[in-house]
Every structure is written in structure tokens, then in C-alpha cells.
Design a binder for this molecule. Structure first.
Ligand code: GMT
Length: 385
């Protein structure tokens, strides 16, 4: 089979869509395909760059007439030029705005020389922007014009179908995890203990539970709830909380932690490039999100053998098997989440069993290679190869 020339455009940031797009590109490159990332910066998870991977930065020129520089147009122009120069077979856009939309714009400009365009919807591009009349018509147009549309969960497929009035259903290709990198073997409690040394009254003991939350600190993640729930757990268990990531609400969350006098128990670790060893050392992962199309962070936790306590929303039940790999509680019911966490912290054999099942689920359903096979098959089907 001939190697394909694939352009990938995505947010190069800490978010799940950028992570999936970057790791997918690297996995396809390992199979010999030529990968072109077309983004505003170096994708955060791009920690090495093989010779068949090229980065193309989109330059957004400002001009006195512009109120705000039109990134989507600069991106579309860049896609046209890379598609022509590198003779791309496929452009794969991750997230509808601007990536799918700019890819379709580029396709229209290229006409019958256009590569096939695959659009992956990731979450709020459907659940929030897909209902906002400022964006909905463009999102709907991009989705309808794409040669193929994928979603990471059945839930998002149905949301997209209904909210965007799609004439054809998207194909569900779940997100994936590198189970070798995200694995219980990387458990490293000593480095967690080091994080708390000298910052507290009582040294971290082996029986003190470590809770973790990873997110981009946006309102949809409900990080305030993470703190409220943790405060209650700490009263009973003398626990520790690790917060990985950064985003618009971080300062207000830090202020809340100080207000509650919890600064000795909580560590803000910021946008760590690699945190698998920290994740593996945690006892439980907390994710009280308002909406989540998939919950990549929850999958990464499970791959590390860490059970997840999350809200019962969106695609999370497709990732977390209630009572087997974690516990799902009704959205907004903090008491139920506190009770769920306490029930697991007080029952070590049950927690141990959940750790095992969490890892097992990641191995059974969400391994990288079989999922990359599905994308590759999709590309070849579109190219009739
Ligand atoms: O849709 C977003 O809010 C952004 C996006 C991202 O870039 O992180 O997150 C979504 O895509 C991830 C990767 O597919 C999913 O794991 C997240 O669940 C999803 N977020 C939401 O649906 C809120």
C-alpha cells in the first residue's frame, strides 16, 4: 500500500482535540505516511519530529483595517498552498471552528484537485458552538461538505445529528491512549510526596489518598466543584489533590483554595507536557464536568489503573463503566460525588478491583493501533484505494 500524504490541522494546545490530532499524526508517520501539521504553533504533545513529519506554521498577518486578524482565512490559504505543494491526499481537520471550516474553504478553492477532507468533531464545537447562531450555519456547512465526519463517541454523533440537522450520520471512531506510556508501571508515589514536602503540617503518609484532576480550567469542567468535593473528602481522610493543566479559571480556583485554607493539601502543577507518572500515582481521578463528549483525561487515568469519579453526562458512560472502572454521579449532585469517593476510599479491595478493570477497559477498547487502523481504512476508502 502506498504511503499517504496527510495534512492535519488542529489546536496545538493542551486540549484533548490537539492531543488526539498530534498523536494520530505521529502514529501514522510511524506507519510511513507523510504528515504535515498545519497549525499556529508546535503541538504540545509533539515531543519528537520524525523525518516524514513537517510543521507548517500559519502566519496570521495583521493589517490596520482588521479589527481582529482573520485566522480562518490565513489557515485556508495555507491549506491551499500546502495541498498544492505537497500534493496532499487528505486534509484532516480537528474541531469544527476554524479547522473543518477552513479545510472546506480550501477544498472549494482547489476544486477538482482538492484532497479528501475529513472532519472530526470533538465536543463543544457541537454542544456549544453548534447551537450558537453566530457559528452554527458555518459549522453545518463544513460538516455537510466534508467527505467524512467522525466523532469520538456515540453521544456526540447523536448530538451532531440533531443539533446540526446532519443529512448523514458521522462515523464513531473513539479516542485512544498509548497504553505503554499511560500505564500503572509508571506509578511514582515518591515524586508526589516530594511535591508536598515542607508545605504542610503533616507529612504525606502511604494511607493518605491522592486525588487528581486534569483539565483546561474552563467553566464546562466545573473545577470549583473539584475543590468543594475535595474539601469534604479531606475532612475525613487527610487527602491530597493534584491539579494538572491551566486555563481561564485557574486564578479564581487558586484564590478559592487559599480562602478554604487548603493550600497545604492542593498542588497546581500547570500544563505539564508529560504527567503519566503523576497520574499513575493517584488513587482516584475526579471529573465533575457539565458536558464531556468523551473525556480523554479520564481514559488516560484509566489506562494508568486509576478509577474515575465523574458526572454522568455526554460520552463519559462510554468511557467509564459505572461500578466497574469508576463511579458516575448525577450532574451537580456534589453530595453524591462525595459519597461515591468516600465509598471507594473506605473499601480498598473494591478500589483495587476497579483499578484492574480500569486498565483492562483501556486495553480492550481504546488502544492506539486498532483505532489508527480505522482512520487509515477511512482515508483509503475515501481515496478508493
Ligand atoms: O470541545 C472542547 O471543549 C475542546 C476539546 C478539546 O480540544 O479539548 O475537548 C473535547 O474533545 C476531547 C477530545 O476528543 C474530548 O475528550 C473532550 O471530552 C471534549 N470536551 C467536551 O466535550 C467539553
Amino acid at each position: 500500500m502506498r504511503p499517504l500524504r496527510i495534512g492535519i490541522c488542529c489546536y496545538p494546545t493542551f486540549g484533548g482535540s490537539g492531543v488526539i490530532a498530534t498523536e494520530m499524526g505521529l502514529a501514522l508517520a510511524t506507519r510511513g505516511h507523510r504528515i504535515h501539521y498545519i497549525t499556529t504553533g508546535v503541538p504540545r504533545r509533539l515531543n519528537h519530529c520524525p523525518s516524514n513529519v513537517t510543521l507548517h506554521e500559519v502566519g496570521v498577518r495583521n493589517y490596520p483595517m482588521f479589527n481582529q486578524a482573520p485566522y480562518s482565512l490565513a489557515l485556508a490559504s495555507k491549506l491551499v498552498s500546502i495541498a498544492q505543494w505537497k500534493n496532499l491526499d487528505i486534509i484532516h481537520g480537528h474541531y469544527a471552528i476554524p479547522y473543518a471550516a477552513s479545510a472546506i474553504m480550501a477544498g472549494e478553492i482547489l476544486g477538482d484537485k482538492a484532497p479528501k477532507i475529513v472532519s472530526t468533531l470533538h465536543g463543544t464545537d457541537v454542544s456549544i458552538l453548534g447551537t450558537d447562531e453566530n457559528y452554527r450555519p458555518v459549522i453545518r456547512w463544513a460538516v455537510e461538505k466534508s467527505d467524512a465526519v467522525t466523532t469520538p463517541s456515540l453521544w456526540l454523533r447523536d448530538e451532531a445529528l440533531n443539533r446540526l440537522d446532519m443529512t448523514e450520520s458521522a462515523e464513531v471512531i473513539p479516542n485512544f491512549v498509548d497504553v505503554n506510556h499511560y500505564s500503572p508501571q509508571r506509578r511514582d508515589r515518591a515524586s508526589i510526596e516530594a511535591l508536598f514536602v515542607g508545605h504542610e503540617d503533616e507529612a504525606l503518609q502511604p494511607h493518605h489518598p491522592i486525588l487528581i484532576h486534569v483539565s483546561n480550567f474552563r467553566p464546562v469542567k466545573r473545577v470549583e466543584t473539584v475543590i468543594d468535593v475535595f474539601a469534604k473528602i479531606d475532612e475525613e481522610h487527610s487527602a491530597r489533590l493534584l491539579l494538572v493543566g491551566d486555563g481561564p479559571q485557574r486564578s479564581q480556583i487558586e484564590a478559592k483554595v487559599r480562602r478554604l485554607g487548603l493550600e497545604h493539601r492542593v498542588r497546581f502543577l500547570g500544563k505539564l507536557r508529560d504527567f503519566a507518572h503523576i497520574l499513575s500515582a493517584a488513587d482516584l481521578f475526579i471529573l465533575p464536568s457539565e458536558s464531556e463528549s468523551f473525556g480523554l483525561a479520564a481514559l488516560e487515568a484509566q489506562a494508568c489503573g486509576v478509577p474515575v469519579i465523574a458526572s454522568d453526562v455526554g460520552g463519559l458512560p462510554e468511557v467509564i463503566l459505572h461500578r466497574a472502572t469508576g463511579l458516575l454521579t448525577p450532574l451537580g449532585d456534589d453530595q453524591a460525588m462525595i459519597a461515591a469517593i468516600n465509598s471507594l476510599l473506605n473499601d480498598t479491595p473494591r478500589r483495587e478491583e476497579m483499578k484492574r478493570r480500569a486498565r483492562e477497559r483501556a486495553l480492550e477498547l481504546f488502544q492506539l493501533e486498532p483505532i489508527i487502523d480505522r482512520y487509515e481504512r477511512l482515508y483509503r476508502r475515501l481515496l478508493a484505494e
